[in-house]
Write a protein that binds this ligand. Structure first.
Ligand code: NAG
Ligand code: NAG
Ligand code: NAG
Ligand code: NAG
Ligand code: NAG
Ligand code: NAG
Ligand code: NAG
Ligand code: NAG
Length: 811
């Protein structure tokens, strides 16, 4: 009885408090038994005590609503949880009711139950929305009998745990709240994965399955507790040892970890002033095109420069509004022993398809054998062949998750009837342009398929469907029909191509556009200079969030803002442990600045070329610097899916972090300064002493020029001497290879000892020393064809030379 009175009192009180201060306070603190929230009343929502979160009906389409929790202060109410994401309710008469029995029930217009907590309590219960964003059902003695934190949708909030039986599921598309195909969850090996879980297949795309084992990423499968969460300071921990911090680490900003509809997991922080979200972390190696399933069956993704899906020649897009449905052949393929001579392949240059390999027909298989094996095998839909090394043949059972790959020798072949293959031969397929320092073709594309896609006729059909929908919609037969169609309409409208806009770049790359005043303030009006290079001066700065950064002020850049933005976005996309990370940029008229992470230990030259009798860099460190630098360069040359040459590899551009791990900086500058390059290479980029011989000849510069410069750096690591200090010692015509000649000569005389930096005290282990000398000399070969690719250098230095030609798994 007392209880009942109390309830009554509380209800009346809360109702009173709402009505009396209506203009300031909106929303209820709690929901008590036998009360409900109505979809029709805008004031019917819960709000957390400090007003961070709200919970109520959220409009997801024409007359379609989902019961949700959102950030009250974000610009567009950012939803973090939904009760009924796949079963929206009507905009009329739907309600959320807390029944007397303790069951929280969401009912639709007709009274049908669309969602319920299925809880039961003998005592009094109430619904509360906590400041953490957790919606809880608590009994009067404080027991939580149900909480939304146990049933996440696509977002994890601070202190919320992802556990054994929970999964983050992305939305289907932008603005479409339906469950999508990307999942974040623990797999059976206790590893936290990103998985494409499509209608037909599923595959893990993070951590990458290409590298040998999960240990490579510092993960462990040996902890079976399977729990992951992040705290209010933005520090994430998972039982598989995955750990990361938000870039603006610290208490303060409101955060969320969301698996976005494009399959990329992002940690966001809310900018309190603007209500906008800023990306403060996202997994490395998960580029937009590397997300599986993006372009559907047969489709392949390219950076154009933004991620763009295309169909192979002879195929068309199934659904113009949803790339994930992929492509369909314009032909019917009959495959039996008598028809194989009517089959052939269409080619897609520098493209790979993930996984689904048939029993690999073997390494070292010639192209013809690979082709023929696939031709007669009816299971084989196509194959990817790499001409490099011994030749690698990857016959595919399924063609899914096609992606652009830098390796020019890698070509995907898709099985088609012969006449289609013949008609393709006449078409242009110039995707593989020459690699040179100005070669990056950057255009801000407006989306859509590139050159070799089909599917024009589908647009017409879509237009007709839309007309039909709007007609039916206006007639408004019955509400239920409206809901259904409205929902469907929402689905159709939000096409995946919306990926393609400028905002997306910044979002996807997780880097920030700074204002000039912001950077001026951070650097105290460009006070503390920490370096000067060919492209501008670098200053130390401290951002508003206390983060120490290096700000590079570019000089003499001729590009306009949009072009600069596009170029910078490509550089910003490069994300590797051995590359200095770019945090953001500023482009305001003549002010063009880049913001990088700050490296305490400065550049390699400062530590290497000292006069002190002992060196700060022992042999192990030097070897590690050689290897790390090679990995960084190999990444920008071959793995990063964009053509990037460094063009100025030298110790000044190799920075060292706290652990003396090398990070290459200044990469991609050649892209920003393209115009000066285009004037016939009159200005040689790069630095004397490190320039490959071909810079002096009138030939296209390619990745091998970087390999040469890298070789010089290796010689410097070995000798402890600056290449430039050799300028005047010998009087020969080639002024850039004195160091090389010196080393070669000594080796010929079998005087290796005289080459090695005396400060190393012969402390170098012999095997590794010889490897390094050998690699260095290969890299500085006069003939660029004899120089190894950077990936080869990595293999040689990591000592796994034996299995160079092992298959790469991802193909
Ligand atoms: C917020 O919503 C409005 C209207 O729906 C839209 O135009 C705007 O782009 C959205 N802003 C953000 C940051 O999403
Ligand atoms: C509200 O509470 C949450 C969680 O305790 C906290 O992170 C946030 O800073 C608080 N917000 C305000 C405006 O006090
Ligand atoms: C996960 O397991 C816990 C404990 O067994 C249970 O309380 C919870 O309801 C489960 N969550 C889901 C989403 O099944
Ligand atoms: C497993 O992970 C949990 C959560 O991170 C941790 O508390 C526990 O100590 C770990 N167990 C082992 C054996 O490392
Ligand atoms: C995150 O920050 C904390 C505190 O500064 C630090 O102890 C921890 O090592 C950091 N973790 C990572 C993965 O950087
Ligand atoms: C092979 O397929 C063709 C075309 O469908 C058919 O006419 C022929 O009978 C088939 N041959 C065999 C051996 O199945
Ligand atoms: C494609 O490349 C070939 C050979 O390099 C060239 O002859 C042809 O003109 C190119 N086509 C286009 C459209 O660039
Ligand atoms: C580099 O490539 C661009 C674009 O492909 C071309 O216009 C330019 O002439 C090339 N430069 C040299 C030196 O070959």
């Amino acid at each position: 009885m007392v209880l009942l009175l109390l309830t009554l009192f509380l209800t009346v009180f809360s109702a009173l408090s709402v009505s009396s201060t209506q203009t300031i306070v909106q929303g209820f603190p709690t929901l008590t038994p036998q009360t409900s929230l109505s979809v029709e009343k805008e004031t019917d929502f819960l709000i957390s005590p400090n007003r961070t979160f709200s919970s109520g009906f959220y409009k997801v389409g024409t007359n379609a609503f989902c019961f949700s929790i959102w950030f009250a202060n974000s610009l567009n109410k950012t939803v973090v949880w939904m009760a009924n994401r796949d079963r929206p309710v009507n905009g009329k008469q739907s309600r959320l009711t807390l029944q007397k029995s303790g069951n929280l029930v969401l009912t639709d217009a007709g009274g049908s139950v669309m969602w319920a907590t299925n809880t039961f309590s003998q005592g009094q219960v109430e619904v509360q929305l906590l400041d953490t964003g957790n919606l809880v059902l608590v009994t009067n003695n404080g027991n939580v009998i149900w909480q939304s934190f146990d049933y996440p949708t696509d977002t994890l909030l601070p202190t919320q745990s992802l556990v054994r039986n929970t999964t983050l599921v992305s939305m289907r598309g932008r603005g479409t709240y339906l469950s999508g195909y990307y999942n974040l969850k623990f797999d059976d090996n206790n590893i936290l994965n990103l998985i494409y879980n499509g209608p037909m297949v599923s595959s893990i795309y993070w951590p990458s399955t290409v590298q040998e084992t999960v240990f490579y990423f510092g993960r462990t499968p040996y902890n079976s507790s399977r729990v992951a969460f992040f705290n209010e300071r933005g520090s994430f921990r998972s039982s598989d040892d995955l750990e990361f911090n938000a870039s603006n680490f610290g208490v303060g900003p409101k955060r969320r970890l969301t698996l976005d509809y494009d399959g990329i997991l992002r940690l966001y922080s809310l900018d309190g002033a603007t209500g906008l979200w800023e990306v403060t972390w996202q997994p490395g190696g998960v580029d937009a095109c590397r997300v599986h399933g993006l372009c559907g069956p047969y489709g392949f993704c390219r950076y154009n420069p933004l991620p763009t899906c295309s169909c192979p020649y002879g195929f068309y897009r199934i659904d113009p509004s949803d790339w994930s449905k992929g492509c369909s052949p314009r032909f019917k393929l009959t495959c039996n022993s008598t028809t194989t001579n009517q089959l052939d392949f269409v080619m897609i240059p520098n493209t790979g398809y993930y996984g689904y390999d048939l029993d690999t027909y073997g390494l070292g298989l010639s192209f013809e054998s690979c082709r023929n094996a696939c031709l007669i095998d009816c299971r084989c839909q196509g194959f990817v062949y790499s001409l490099l090394g011994k030749g690698q043949c990857f016959p595919k059972r399924t063609l899914l998750s096609g992606f652009q790959i830098l390796d020019l020798s890698r070509v995907a072949h898709v099985k088609v009837p012969r006449d289609i293959a013949i008609s393709q031969k006449g078409k242009v397929l110039n995707t593989s342009s020459d690699l040179n320092c100005s070669a990056a073709e950057v255009m801000v594309s407006s989306g859509g398929g590139s050159g070799i896609s089909g599917g024009g006729e589908d647009t017409k059909r879509n237009g007709y469907m839309k007309l039909l929908i709007s007609f039916v919609g206006s007639v408004a037969i019955i509400e239920m029909v409206c809901i259904g169609l409205g929902w469907w309409f929402v689905l159709r409208k939000h096409v995946r191509e919306e990926l393609v806009n400028m905002g997306y770049i910044v979002l996807a790359l997780g880097f920030k556009r700074f204002t000039y005043t912001e950077l001026k303030r951070a650097t105290l009006n460009f006070k503390q200079e920490i370096g000067k290079g060919g492209f501008g001066t670098v200053y130390r700065g401290i951002l508003d969030n206390q983060r120490v950064v290096a700000v590079k002020r570019l000089e003499g850049i001729l590009q306009g803002d949009a072009e600069f933005w596009a170029e910078v976005s490509i550089i910003g996309k490069l994300n590797h442990r051995n590359l200095v990370k770019m945090w953001g940029f500023c482009a305001e008229g003549k002010h063009k600045l880049l913001v990088y992470e700050y490296m305490e230990n400065g550049s390699l030259d400062k530590l290497l070329f000292t006069d002190s009798p002992s060196s700060a860099l022992d042999w192990e460190h030097r070897y590690n610097i050689a290897l790390g630098t090679a990995k960084g360069l190999s990444y920008i040359h071959e793995e990063c899916l964009e053509w990037v040459l460094h063009c100025d590899v030298k110790p000044q551009n190799i920075l060292l972090d706290d652990n003396l791990e090398p990070k290459v900086t200044d990469f991609g500058m050649s892209k920003l300064f393209r115009e000066s390059l285009d004037t016939g290479f009159s200005r040689v980029r790069g630095t004397r002493g490190y320039l490959a011989p071909e810079w002096m000849k009138n030939v296209t510069i390619d990745a091998k020029a970087d390999v040469y410069s890298y070789g010089i750096v290796l010689l410097e690591l070995l000798t402890g001497k600056r290449a430039s200090s050799f300028h005047w010692q010998v009087g020969e015509e080639n002024e850039y290879n004195r160091l090389v000649q010196f080393v070669r000569q000594k080796i010929k005389q079998d005087m290796l000892v005289e080459v090695i930096d005396p400060r190393l005290n012969h402390a170098c282990s012999d095997g590794k020393l010889e490897t390094l000398v050998k690699v260095a000399l290969m890299c500085v070969g006069e003939d660029r064809d004899t120089r190894p690719a950077m990936s080869k250098v990595v293999e040689l230095l990591s000592g796994d030379d034996e299995n160079i030609d092992d298959q790469e798994g991802d193909n």
